[in-house]
Design a protein around this ligand. Sequence first.
Ligand code: HEC
Length: 477
Amino acid sequence: MKIAAVFVASIIFSVAAGAADVPTFNKHIAPLLYQHCATCHRPGEVAPFSLLTYEDAAKRAKLIASATERRFMPPWKPEPGYGKFANERRLTDDQIALIRAWAENGAPEGDPGDKPPLPAFTDGWQAGKPDQILAMPSSFAVASSGHDLFRCFLLPLNLDRDVYVSGTEFRPGNRRIVHHALVYVDTTGAARARAGRDGGYPCFGGPGVPGVNLIGGWVPGTVAQPPSNEFSRFIPKGSDVVVQIHYHPSGKPESDQSSVGLIFSGPPKRGRTGAMVIGGRLDIPPGDPHYVVKGQLVLPRDVELSGISPHAHYLGKEMKVTAYLPDGTSIPLIWIKDWDFNWQGAYQYEKPIGLPKDTRIELEYIFDNSENNPRNPSHPPVRVKWGEQSTDEMALAFLVVLLPTPDDADAFGRQIVIQYFEAFLYEGMSIDDLPFEIASPQRERLLQALRFFDRNGNGILDSDERKALLRIFGGNN
Ligand code: HEC
């Protein structure tokens, strides 16, 4: 009798414990979805369905479990252990297991009292009220289906004086179709000359005109950077802002009128500048599933690295950037195992990484130009070189570099230019392939110089010709 009572009690106990173990939407799943998914999975946002209510989530429980298990969702490309980034969007293994357990146990709703309040989202400016708002002059129509569209829009600044900008925020007009945006400043008037009457022109990998500077960017889920008086940016009178926007059709006819907000401030106290690691030697044979490109940048002085944005187009497969310090140690800066052009991000380190002078930052990117790459824009595959079009490629890592003073940042910029020339003017390059990036105002002069140094006139930059050319720029090799 006694034994039976213990037995029954233990069954009751274990059933109760089992029930307590089954995660519920209200207690366990909703907080996860609100924190990690709702930025995109709510009405009017980029994701194809909302995940705010029990009904929305429960009917997709299995799909949610598999998407999170495959780490397809939330979208976050960098591998853990290769750079520690701010605002990392990764679920822990425990969180993934919790979602799996919920889905497998019939996705119960749970006690209404456990349910957290709906998250509050601001539709307004996140980084503070802008001093100047630049909107696209008219709304741009995007058809319900078809190819993705890449377009640049000119947003005249119409400044009557020079300014310093401490904060830049891109605000998509229609989040259902804006897939990413890059914000540039053009001090040369080139974009203005290119823009049509609606203030826009087609452009794919960048701003479509040479000599402009990247000042901001946006992908779905971006957390706007607060303004920084320490690192404000000089923008001379007469400059224009150019935004490059990637539109993805939503299944319905849509239109977009996005805007950029600028916050002004005084001059910078510290130095901040951009730098590029370039894999310029890029000539991918058709059908090659594993083409490796390397590039490097040697730091001419001590810096802090605060952010990194790897960049390639549709053939990019895997990208790794590593810092090799002069003392022989190395620091992994980022590793993306499954590059997706649609989810390119600007990654901020949780804490800036100190890198001493003579550190060599190396990129190693792998491209898949085979028929098996579902993103390959060419069927059958074709030979692919460096360029701005969706059918061209790039192998770049943009770095955000911090220095003690603005003068140091300027000096750093001047010191590294030669390395860009070295990266693009590689031995064996065909002279007509001078890439767009080198375009700058000196493009014509550089082409002349290249032809002049092509002593044997074969149209190829041979080893000795390259040495002679780089010597006049002050390079080492
Ligand atoms: C940064 C925006 C963003 C975030 C954050 C995000 N998603 Fe998504 N999600 C998308 C988009 C966009 C799609 C459509 C597929 C695509 O474009 O890659 C999608 C698709 C999905 C799908 C459909 C997958 C399939 O195989 O059809 C599921 C399920 C999903 N998301 C679940 C989640 C869950 C769960 C989270 C949070 C843990 C989450 N998502 C976070 C943007 C996001």
